[in-house]
Design a protein around this ligand. Structure first.
Ligand SMILES: Nc1nc2c(ncn2[C@@H]2O[C@H](COP(=O)(O)OP(=O)(O)OP(=O)(O)O)[C@@H](O)[C@H]2O)c(=O)[nH]1
Ligand SMILES: [Mg+2]
Length: 461
């Protein structure tokens, strides 16, 4: 039978460091019987079992025949004062794939089950060590590709988002209690006097909407975006690509058709992890290889989050440019080579740049960021896309959906009060909002969603 996250009595093991060569490899085990089980594959079983939490024991991990498979430092954790809340051991063995493979095999022999992705963090969540928002932040922290994305995830892991959700929930619980009291003692005029709670209700709704709107930036920091440079041959796409990368990555030449296949590179654009793509320029050609390159480039450009459409300011606009832009209205229009005395002035709506001198680059970067944020949202009208009420941001679509659900239930509650509907209706809306917010912290999150959330983690986390 397939193992499940709910098999929390199992003793589990996994490699916590990446596969490959390194100074150390860390193998992690946890579970109620993990220390005793570990002792069965260790050269100093008594010392390990007697070790208090947060102490280290040095010895050899033993294989089935009792022979040493590696020397390791075992850091012992005793629940509940551990990451997962359960007993566990972090084994630092020698780096390199062979040591870790032999250690893991030795652990399986004594009955450890290979951990599922994110299973250690799941146990921390199930054991009440982390709420769901913080557990998600653990995965995001590991996956962060830029310093800004890492800092964003760390703020969530430190509880910034959880505290914000908790404070909205506390206020909603107070409102729900006030509502219930009125319903208990009320008569037909039960709604009277509740009008005074409208500002409090409206503040909660606004906090939920503002937080939902931070998804635009939060998602961009975590997931990043793909940006493709497209245009006719010789427009300066590869030159622009190299300038943005600060590296002579793609070949640049005065010959038309220099880039034959698309080239891609990772770029940290003011904290946004970007996959930057240079594509083959478009022109009439009889060369089947160049035609194939153009076909692939078109595919890449149509799959990108943003297209930088580059035109050579020395030759100006051609009908092909107009038809590309008509088909890609979201593309940023880049008028390149403005340093040349022969350059035509940039038409309205075009960003004048020089890939060669860097002129106009700050405006180009600002326009790219604005375009990416425009693409990502915000979907809650009137809300700021930057940071939420307490400077925190959300980063998952699941959190955003829950916040929109909560905001909409609170909007319904406001309308019910204003139109003097029965307070029963208000109570139902408040309870719906609380339950939606509970999905973020994990109190009301269905099991299948938990499964899919943790299965996106890496093994060993
Ligand atoms: N003066 C000037 N020349 C530029 C500028 N950008 C590119 N060039 C020149 O334009 C020519 C073509 O540049 P590339 O970057 O190779 O152009 P491309 O769009 O990648 O061309 P293909 O790969 O053929 O599609 C080269 O000779 C570059 O040096 C610029 O900003 N100013
Ligand atoms: Mg090129």
């Amino acid at each position: 039978m397939a193992s499940s996250y709910l098999d929390m009595e199992d003793d589990i093991a996994a490699l916590a460091t990446p596969q490959g060569q390194g100074a150390l490899a860390v193998v992690r085990v946890c579970g109620p019987g993990s220390v005793v089980r570990m002792a069965r594959a260790f050269s100093r079983p008594e010392a390990l079992q007697a070790a208090p939490g947060h102490t280290a024991v040095v010895g050899h991990v033993l294989g089935a025949d009792g022979a040493a498979v590696d020397e390791a430092v075992l850091l012992v954790f005793k629940g509940p004062a551990s990451y997962t809340g359960q007993d566990g051991v972090d084994l630092s063995c020698h780096g390199g794939p062979a040591s870790a493979t032999r250690v893991l095999a030795a652990l399986e022999i004594v009955g450890f089950r290979p951990a599922l992705p994110g299973e250690f963090t799941f146990r921390a969540f199930a054991g009440g060590k982390l709420d769901l928002a913080r557990a998600e932040a653990v995965g995001e922290l590991v996956a962060a590709r830029t310093v800004a994305a890492q800092a964003d995830a760390l703020a969530r892991l430190s509880g910034g988002l959880s505290r914000e959700i908790e404070s909205i929930k506390t206020e909603l619980v107070r409102l729900a209690a006030a509502c219930a009291l009125r319903l208990d003692y009320g008569d037909d005029e039960a709604h009277e006097g509740f009008d005074e709670e409208l500002p409090a209700l409206s503040n909660c709704r606004k906090d939920c909407s503002d937080l939902a709107a931070t998804f635009a930036v939060g998602r961009l920091l975590q997931d990043g975006a793909s940006i493709a440079a497209a245009g006719r041959t010789n427009a300066g796409k590869s030159s622009l690509f190299n300038r943005l990368l600060r590296e002579e990555r793609a070949i640049v030449s005065e010959f038309h058709g220099t880039t034959r296949d698309y080239v891609e590179a990772a770029l940290d654009l003011d904290g946004i992890p970007v996959r930057l793509l240079d594509t083959a320029g478009v022109r009439q050609t009889d060369d089947p290889v160049e035609a194939e390159g153009m076909r692939r480039s078109r595919l890449v450009a149509s799959g990108a989050d943003l297209v930088l459409y580059v035109v050579d300011a020395i030759v100006g606009l051609f009908p092909e440019d107009e038809s590309f832009l008509a088909a890609h209205p979201g593309a940023l229009r880049v008028w390149n080579k403005i340093d040349s005395p022969r350059a035509f002035p940039a038409p309205e709506g075009w960003l004048a740049v020089s890939a060669e001198t860097g002129a106009g680059e700050p405006w180009l970067i600002a326009a790219i960021k604005a375009a990416l944020l425009g693409h990502a949202g915000p979907t809650v009208s009137g809300a700021s896309p930057s940071a939420g009420p307490a400077g925190v941001r959300i980063s998952s679509a699941r959190q955003k959906a829950a916040l929109i659900k909560a905001a909409s239930a609170l909007g319904d509650a406001e309308s019910a009060i204003k139109s003097r509907e029965s307070l029963d209706m208000v109570a139902v809306d408040l309870s719906a909002a609380l339950s939606a917010l509970g999905e973020i912290s994990g109190e009301t999150t269905p099991e299948d969603i938990l499964d899919s959330l943790f299965s996106n983690f890496c093994v060993g986390k």
